[in-house]
Design a protein around this ligand. Structure first.
Ligand SMILES: CC(=O)SCCNC(=O)CCNC(=O)[C@H](O)C(C)(C)COP(=O)(O)OP(=O)(O)OC[C@H]1O[C@@H](n2cnc3c(N)ncnc32)[C@H](O)[C@@H]1OP(=O)(O)O
Ligand SMILES: CC(=O)C(=O)O
Length: 549
């Protein structure tokens, strides 16, 4: 019996080099090391660490990895060919590359005649000599070389003969991989397919060399086709794919490995990383966005928070019956999860599914289910938006079911602000009248604004009865004016995020009065927090475990 082993695609991650060429992204050595180790766990065979010699950080990074190497990946040092009219052994940059102590080095060189004459300001012959000398020198020093053919596709279109000569030179000098780069990101998938196939056939027919280098692909996203271009190259015969996590990279970014890997592995049947590593992709994507301090793209395919979020009632209804109806893969395959979003576009299926996540089993024939849906649509038409305020939606459901506990009752509140011209902080004073466990309380507190003062006064009143309130924090406060053309009569939507430790919950308030909207969101935030932190039914806690896992 024969077993069909899927064809291997070699992944080459350049998050730490081309990824850091993204505007607004800067990492410390410690960040680079953390990212490298996370990529190593993902099972990538090659991780490009940076350009030793270009800056002290990259030099230090490679030295630190010599002390404490990665577990399985080859860490690769990146550099250019020698400069024109020098020798490779006299280049300080190449000495820094050798000192980095890697087994593999990636050298980039020019393929496009215009880049040679206009960019490097040298001759076509000297460029070939630069490619040859650099690779020969590094190979003679025991390094294995990957050759990145910069501007390959533009060069090939302008002067095919010269472009091919640069590749032949690199191969003859000892490069084991030839990587065709769409440096300016202007090439489209049909051109990539055709050019990669033609290069592979041309090289295998015409090259007089003992070496049989493999072809790789490196694409940029300027035409929004970096992933499609890399896939086209693989389908035309490329065996290495270079890209970055979350598509970080110069200008519009590089091919996004978080999309490429699942497409290659789950759709096209190639083998890239082990299944258990693919299952970590979402977590790795979010970890790396956290380390580089960039907000994750919620709508990123495969790994985004919304990648498997279903909002339309028709979708939710069908997905509950069979997820294949509106999902192209199983979210768990890439470590993501399905989410049901609640909004005015919901049907009963959304309500039932969302209720289940709060431990509420609703039947679609139960009148309360329709009531919840109706109330949801009514409130959304008034400006509420529950998809971002699930804690308020939970309270709405308890209300409709008649199970909303009255943990406290607010009789009234007042806020007084002292606005003194020229004073940077303007203190506010809030007083609240509240009944808790049959006791009437009057409490006052100050804050550096009216909402902070109100929140402080409420907590002060509640903490005597519910000590857990002391651990709650107001972690975020967002305001949006809904119908600005109505001036001061415009409605205001306030979203309040509250939390304790790692838990977060969001509540909403809507009113023409910003204070009333804030009050509603703050009060619901406290109420929901108390439900969460009281001895509660296990189904409620299950919801939290699910939401926070
Ligand atoms: C397609 C890519 O993404 S390639 C990687 C690009 N990444 C980076 O540039 C980030 C790291 N770069 C750096 O730190 C700096 O640019 C350095 C250290 C490499 C060079 O700095 P400097 O010596 O001050 O040169 P500068 O950045 O002004 O110009 C680039 C030089 O490299 C030369 N160069 C460009 N490509 C190549 C090449 N393939 N081979 C040899 N030299 C090259 C240019 O001709 C220019 O040389 P010149 O100044 O003698 O005319
Ligand atoms: C080498 C590289 O990063 C490029 O050509 O885009």
């Amino acid at each position: 019996m024969t077993t069909n082993t899927p064809p291997q695609i070699w992944l080459y991650d350049t998050t730490l080099r081309d990824g850091t060429q993204r505007e607004g992204l800067s990492v410390s050595i410690e960040d680079k090391l953390r990212i490298a180790r996370r990529l190593d766990q993902l099972g990538f065979p090659f991780i490009e660490g940076g350009w030793p010699g270009a800056n002290p950080k990259d030099v230090q990074f490679f030295w630190q990895l010599q002390e404490d190497p990665l577990k399985q990946a080859e860490i690769v040092a990146f550099c250019s060919t020698r400069r024109p009219n020098t020798t490779a052994d006299s280049e300080a940059m190449l000495q820094a590359i050798l000192a980095a102590g890697t087994r593999w080095v990636t050298v980039f060189g020019k393929s496009w005649d215009l880049q040679v004459t206009a960019g490097l300001q040298t001759t076509l012959a000297e460029n070939l000599a630069m490619i040859r000398d650099t690779i020969e020198y590094l190979a003679a020093q025991g390094r294995r070389v990957i050759y990145d053919a910069e501007h390959w596709f533009d060069g090939y279109k302008q002067n095919r003969e010269y472009a091919l000569q640069t590749l032949e030179t690199a191969m003859a000098a000892g490069a084991e991989w030839i990587v065709l780069c769409d440096t300016n990101g202007g090439t489209l998938p049909h051109e990539v397919s055709q050019i990669v196939a033609s290069v592979i056939s041309n090289l295998s027919e015409n090259i007089n060399t003992q070496l049989k280098p493999q072809i790789g692909i490196h694409t940029h996203n300027d035409s929004d086709t970096a992933v499609a271009n890399a896939l086209a190259a693989v389908m035309a015969g490329a065996k290495m794919v270079q890209g970055t996590i979350n598509g970080y990279g110069e200008r519009c970014g590089n091919a996004n490995l978080c999309s490429l890997i699942p497409n290659l592995q789950l759709k096209l049947g190639y083998s890239c990383i082990a299944q258990h590593q693919l299952n970590q992709l979402t977590e790795a994507s979010r970890f790396i966005s956290e380390v580089v301090n960039l907000a994750p793209d919620e709508h990123a395919p495969f790994v985004g928070r919304s990648a498997f979020a279903h909002k339309g009632g028709i979708h939710v209804s069908a997905v509950q019956r069979n997820p294949v109806t509106y999902e192209h893969i199983q979210p768990e395959e890439v470590g993501n999860s399905r989410r049901i979003v609640i909004s005015e576009q919901s049907g009963l299926s959304n309500v039932l599914a969302k209720a289940r996540t709060f431990g509420i089993e609703l039947d679609k024939h139960q009148p309360a289910a329709r009531q919840i849906l109706q109330r949801l649509k009514e409130l959304e038409s008034q400006g509420y938006q529950f998809e971002a305020a699930e804690a308020s939606f939970a309270l709405l459901m308890y209300e409709a079911l008649g199970t909303r506990q009255q943990l406290f009752e607010i009789k009234g509140f007042q806020v007084h602000c002292d606005l003194v011209e020229g004073k940077e902080t303007n203190n506010a004073l809030a007083t609240v009248k509240i009944t808790v466990k049959s006791q009437d309380i009057l409490e006052a507190a100050e804050g550096n604004g009216p909402v902070a003062a109100l929140d402080a006064a409420l907590r002060k009143a509640l903490v005597k009865f519910y000590p857990q309130v002391a651990t709650f924090e107001l972690t975020d406060y967002k305001v949006r004016i809904l119908n600005g053309h109505r001036g001061t009569a415009a409605k205001t939507r306030v979203l309040v995020e509250s939390g304790t430790g790692y838990q977060r919950w969001t509540t909403i308030g809507v009113s023409p009065n910003i204070l009333a909207a804030s009050y509603q969101a703050v009060v619901e935030g406290l109420e929901y927090g108390l439900l969460l932190h009281s001895p509660a039914p296990s189904s409620f806690k299950n919801f939290w475990l699910k939401e926070n896992s």
